[in-house]
Ligand binder design. Structure first.
Ligand code: AKB
Length: 314
């Protein structure tokens, strides 16, 4: 098989697990991991790795040509909370890296792109529940603006140049292998770490902040399924809504207390509350389900079992 994959941002929360999964599926030498710095030992030992700055077009092109890459997964991004602190850095990273891979595909140097969008494309004027695929989108964060703009460019490059770009709007992703960095949904990971270590957690969102979330295994399955689906099934070339579970801090606490009854949560909302309040509570993902057979598997309590069991071992 000719397929050769480059993962840009392979040491991040999604990239780490995506790299391991794709290497197990296609063989370790077919999957080149890259990031601006080295990742954990397991990832570094698992196959070829390149130090690569996603903002440097020449460097990305050189790695693509040298390794005869066909598919790029562009996982490097600055997430919502960090991008509010560094707006121009967030914008530049999120947009420039996308243009680099879109232009490589336009010039036929690669064949296929995966680019992650987010529920952050929605804003305060979007319907909050069962948010449709097509609806009002007025994102109020730098990250959301960059993701919505990116979606427009993906669709444009598909329509104008035939670029095979595929994308999903990730909800908050929960995993135990690699920590996330700088997101608003990160509390839903930190809470498990603190429950095990200290039996208490101070949450930066209030108790009623319901957000769409997903366990990482489901997210990896969605990512690889959309990339492997026949091109004609991918009818949306901006980005697909994707849903699994929705919960608030009170509900995840109750789920943890089934295992750790003495666990306590308290609330000290900070600037991330406004970001969370601007996002939907639940997502309608019927297009993804109909077009390429998406369906989530892991519910809240099962996720809690997996998280506590695996973090408890560390
Ligand atoms: C964030 O919180 O910024 C991300 C996201 C929802 O895209 N996890």
């Amino acid at each position: 098989m000719k397929k050769r994959i480059l993962i840009i941002g392979a040491c991040g929360q999604i990239g780490t697990e995506l790299t391991v999964y794709l290497r197990s599926k296609f063989g370790k030498h077919k999957v080149i991991a890259s990031d601006i710095r080295e990742g954990d030992e397991e990832l570094m030992k698992s196959g070829p790795f390149e130090i690569l700055d996603a903002m440097d077009y020449d460097a990305v092109e050189e790695v693509v040509m040298r390794h005869e890459i066909t598919d790029v997964y562009l996982m490097a991004a600055m997430l919502s909370a960090t991008a509010e602190k560094f707006p121009m850095k967030g914008w530049n990273l999120n947009m420039n890296s996308l243009f680099h891979v879109l232009n490589l595909a336009k010039d036929k140097k690669i064949e296929k792109i995966f680019w992650p969008s987010s529920i952050a494309v929605f804003g305060p004027t979007t319907p909050k529940t069962d948010t449709p695929q097509r609806t009002v989108m007025e994102p109020s964060t730098v990250y959301g603006i960059s993701k919505q703009t990116g979606e427009r460019w993906c669709e444009y490059y598909f329509n104008r140049y035939g670029v095979d770009v595929r994308s999903i709007r990730y909800p908050g992703l929960i995993s135990y292998k690699t920590l996330p960095g700088g997101g608003t949904t990160d509390y839903a990971i930190d809470i498990y770490h603190k429950a095990i270590k200290h039996k208490k957690y101070i949450c930066f969102l209030n108790s009623e902040t319901t957000l769409p979330m997903m366990f990482m295994d489901d997210a990896i399955r969605a990512t690889t399924n959309i990339m492997e689906a026949p091109a004609e099934n991918i009818k949306i070339r901006s980005s697909y809504n994707l849903a699994a579970i929705s919960f608030n801090p009170e509900e995840i606490t109750a789920s943890i207390q089934k295992h750790i009854p003495e666990f306590k949560i308290s609330y000290e909302p900070d600037f991330r509350q406004a970001i969370a309040d601007s996002w939907p509570q639940s997502i309608n993902d019927s297009d993804a389900r109909n077009d390429w057979g998406w369906g989530h598997k892991i519910e809240l309590d099962e996720m809690t079992n997996i998280m506590l069991e695996n973090l408890g071992k560390k």
